[in-house]
Design a protein around this ligand. Sequence first.
Ligand code: SF4
Length: 739
Amino acid sequence: MDGGPPSFTARAKKLVRDHRGPLTRDLLRSPGGFGLGQVPTKLKPDATTTMVCGYCSTGCSLHVHMKDGQAINLSASTEYPVNLGMACPKGWEALTPLSAPDRATVPMVRDRRGGALKPVEWSAALETFVDRMKRIQEKHGKESVAFISTGQIPMEEMAFLGALTKFGMGVLHGDGNTRQCMATSVVAYKQSFGFDAPPYTYQDFEESDVIVFIGANPCIAHPIMWERVCRNRHDPTVVVIDPRRTETAQQSQMHVPLAPKSDLYLLYGLARLLCRNDWLDHDFIRAHTNDFDAFVEHVEPYEPGLVSDKTGISAEQLEALARTIHEGKRVSFWWTMGVNQSHEGVRTAQAIINLALMTGNIGRPGTGANSITGQCNAMGSRLFSNTTNLLGGHAFGNPEHRQKVAQAIGIDEGVIPEEPSWAYDRIMEGILQGEIKGLWIIATNTAHSWINQGDAHEILKQLDFLVVQDMYHTTETAAFADLVLPAAGSGEKEGCFINSERRLGLTKQVSKAPGQALSDFRIFQLLAAAWGCGDMFERWRSPEDVFQILKECSRDMPCDISGIADYQMIDELGGIQWPLPEGDTVPRKSQRRLFEDGQFCTADGRARFVFEDPRPTPEVADESFPFTLLTGRGSSSQWHTQTRTGKSNVLKSLYPNEPYVEVNPADARSIGIHTNDWAIVRSRRGALRARAFVSHVVQAGQVFIPMHFATTNQLTFPSFDPYSRQPSYKACAVSLEPA
Ligand code: SF4
């Protein structure tokens, strides 16, 4: 130490040793801290600064106007290449949830099940975490502690969490809530393109002449992306493939209202028609793909009669759709949760990819097989959460990858597990089976969002020790917690988000976290020190330090960001899309897409046609439960489990605050239900009360309930895609009756 001040690790260890007093302000203010919420000194107190919105994956930039070091208002950034001066209601209200009265402002411990959470000092909270988790590991093995992370925190924090748990604490299993939204696309891209590589840039919304949305409702779920469609000057034909007549379907030229979960039949039937009519790009197929002949053979049985029978779509409409795709010069295919959240989501996503490949609609402006991400940093999670992938898109099972990452981080290669984590559903199953005894949940709300909620609650109760790290102490999940760690929210810390088009954007601290709430980054630092592995993270002093480490981890991978100098470069260029290898140059405000040279990330540089016969829908409507329940986003003013958007009176005035169920008029008549009547919706797993909303938006035999209400997942059926383990929230059997 050369007589200098004691290192952070030494100070934190001391803190945990003599944990009687409050955390010293000195420790909380150490480099990279932002603890107790001080605004970074580089920011002038009355300056206008920017932050990337912390809700959805669009990644809009917001101008934040400061007074006396605090954010007082915001506006949408006009010069940012993503949102071009636009923001949706959530973005305009991004600051409001920070001042909610139920913010977690001090650590809280529950000393007995059913007792109340009681405030404790940070030092006691850290000691409780370490003591309880270590005792569990000693008794039941290292693998008996797991974590559930999130797509809502910056990538530097995700990486810290993944590295701390797996390399520092010996934890084997951790997953993210991104399993609930993006896992399907990850697997589909990896198998088809050789890497999890969404190929597009948002400019493609404005360049296409045919835009096909499959299981996607951007008017509601990604409003700024929809605004980009509206800026398209090529008079595009918009096609929406969705069982519901969604807001986007109502704006489209062609709505294809297929039966729920019949997508594979439709997409294979389309592929067959394209082949039969020779509406193919033979040059592209020959030069850049594998397995096309086998695919042609595979789709041959999907003749229009079969497709019509399974999907409810007429042969004429199928033909019209195939012709529209054929006649388009620049056709783009976009999908989101209607595809991803399915019992056969991966093969469905790949059926979309196959359409783009066989028609040569990839690697050119206005084209692509394009998965739209869900959360603000789902893409960051895919690359840097250290759960399914080793940091930087590497494989845990590959010895060269382990060696490379160990070198980049400066750790012993031996501490890196040789297997990826269990998926979220396997972790839940592990709790049920008594294999997982301690769980650490960070910035997600499992008790609300996990499929088949009744079971999820029982599973959480089985844990010996549950830690919830969150902005709020009132979430449905915090009600099960033994320890709550108060965390800063988006706007109270800095780091990078990676949006749907692979753009790294910088989010900054513009507000002070309340009370003793700390950035997740700071909490990880403190826990590393308290656990006794702080030395491993000596270089992880600030989010930007970690960014530099992650650059090294990404080097020579398809997601290489080694050419991004620092945060300032990201800020000045309006975000930067990956890849940007060292030595490469990037024009200001560039829009870049992948595979322009037809070279994919597979060993031979060719994309693969991947396909498989459809699987039976896990739970279909029957005599007792005659309706198919669809779930999805309710309005552009709501976000997921509403822990944040539910705090804004402005947003709450923009959607129904009581649970509601959309019912087709024919069904409403036969049951005797009218709009605003209370109805009971029941599945084999539970029942809820909801106001009826009678509407042609849903087809007869189907009902729709937004995902945001706390009771919705009491109904959902726990089935999963076999390859991605993503839950299938979108179709289960329910009954409906007047309340
Ligand atoms: Fe943009 Fe999404 Fe934020 Fe709305 S929620 S402002 S669309 S990033």
